[in-house]
Design a protein. Structure first.
Length: 82
């Protein structure tokens, strides 16, 4: 990951913050939301669908559960210090 600073229009920023709060319950995942939207926009511009790999779990899981699992996995990977 790369950290960078971007300047957003005030109204656009407010919309993204509202969407982040609605979807994730806070603004802590704002970068995740923006990355997802950029990927979808890029895929649409090139006429492709975003890459999605289906996984059979025997039940439906929410996006929040997926994000928590990813975050937990990332935190564990960081501990490996490879």
């Amino acid at each position: 990951m790369v950290k960078t600073t971007i300047i957003l229009d005030d109204e656009l920023y407010k919309e993204l913050v509202d969407e982040s709060i609605e979807e994730y319950g806070s603004t802590r995942k704002l970068s995740l939301l923006i990355n997802r939207k950029l990927r979808a926009s890029k895929a649409k511009a090139y006429g492709r669908k975003p890459k999605i790999k289906p996984i059979k779990l025997g039940r439906r899981i929410t996006e929040k559960e997926i994000e928590k699992a990813i975050e937990t996995g990332w935190n564990e990977a960081v501990k490996w210090n490879v």
